[in-house]
Ligand binder design. Sequence first.
Ligand code: SAM
Length: 236
Amino acid sequence: MPVRSIDIFADVVSKFDKNCNAYVAKLVDAQTAGTLPVAIGPALRDFPGQWRSKFTVIPGDNLAKPLIVEIGCHTGHTICDMAEQSPEVLFVGVDITFKRVVQTAERARERGLKNIFVALANARGLEDLFTPGEVSGFVTFFPDPWLKKRHAHNRLYAPEFCATVRSQLSSDGFLWLKTDQKPYFDDACSFVQESGFHEVKSLPVLGDNDFSSFFLRRFELRGLPWYGRKWIKSVS
Ligand SMILES: C[S@@+](CC[C@H](N)C(=O)[O-])C[C@H]1O[C@@H](n2cnc3c(N)ncnc32)[C@H](O)[C@@H]1O
């Protein structure tokens, strides 16, 4: 059964007692008061197709700006670095964890970055979050590999995910993967290639900057290998 990100999170948020989980309380209060750039629960229904118009505070025509989505934004290191380098670009962080959504939004606020929004959502239900052609690029650094066979159905990179990503990308949209798991990398490369993408060395909008991440630093400190690839949507 497909995962419906919006329904799931409408449900999760309503089930949680605000007094039991400090991060749910923070998210709900911050969204209501507009003190953090977060999108959660039923409010997310207003966002697909309208993401650019939600960034009201930066100058210029937001509707003409590129929109880049980082899936699994964790505590916000990478998205903040990208947003700082490209103030003219709009960024959406997506994470499934209450605490990380709060931490990413707080990091963006602390660094004075107005071009970041953070959504609490399950990226396996991506089709509910963006509309066809809405996104300029997807960044996916170190998605959970779910190595055991019985957990494989949880993996982000699958033929359905690649097809959804392709449909949500603009004509020259990109997809960027980094992972420390070679078998996962090999499978992902096959799925992406078969979905109508081709490999590139340099990305539109982000250029050649090889952004780091919390997990990337972790692997590098331990001297562990990692694998990365950049693709652009092929013209069909
Ligand atoms: C291994 S961490 C990588 C974090 C970060 N991208 C990095 O490179 O440091 C995976 C992240 O993806 C998030 N995540 C896992 N499954 C997800 C899903 N289905 N939808 C959205 N986020 C997810 C986790 O909460 C976590 O923050």
